[in-house]
Design a protein around this ligand. Structure first.
Ligand code: SF4
Length: 104
């Protein structure tokens, strides 16, 4: 099966996150900043309502980290771990370009 562009971006971001000191992999605490390398690569926004819909036509209002399959925080938390941004918390109301809706 041919890997998709999305798959490539996801793998690249995870690799950067895991290998680049300061990108976020080794931070013990803290939240992802929109200016972080991986965040910029994935167009991460702390507040999903600020997503540029022209730049990200797949973004749909209501998509937030808290209902993304990569989010590992609890429903009531304002932020939590994300499988993409290893070692740091993302905002529960955030969003990035690898958002994936939780399948139930
Ligand atoms: S949208 Fe999903 S993958 Fe992106 S930062 Fe939020 S929880 Fe992580």
């Amino acid at each position: 099966m041919k890997p998709s562009r999305r798959h490539f971006i996801l793998r690249t971001a995870s690799l950067i996150s895991a290998c680049v000191p300061g990108a976020n992999a080794f931070a013990e605490t803290g939240s992802v900043s929109e200016s972080d390398l991986t965040a910029r690569l994935l167009s991460y926004r702390i507040d999903a309502t600020s997503v540029d819909k022209a730049e990200h036509p797949k973004y749909v209002s209501g998509q937030v980290c808290a209902n993304c399959r990569h989010y590992k925080g609890l429903a009531a938390d304002r932020s939590g771990p994300c499988a993409i941004f290893l070692g740091e918390f993302v905002s529960a109301n955030g969003w990035c370009s690898v958002y994936g809706k939780i399948e139930r």
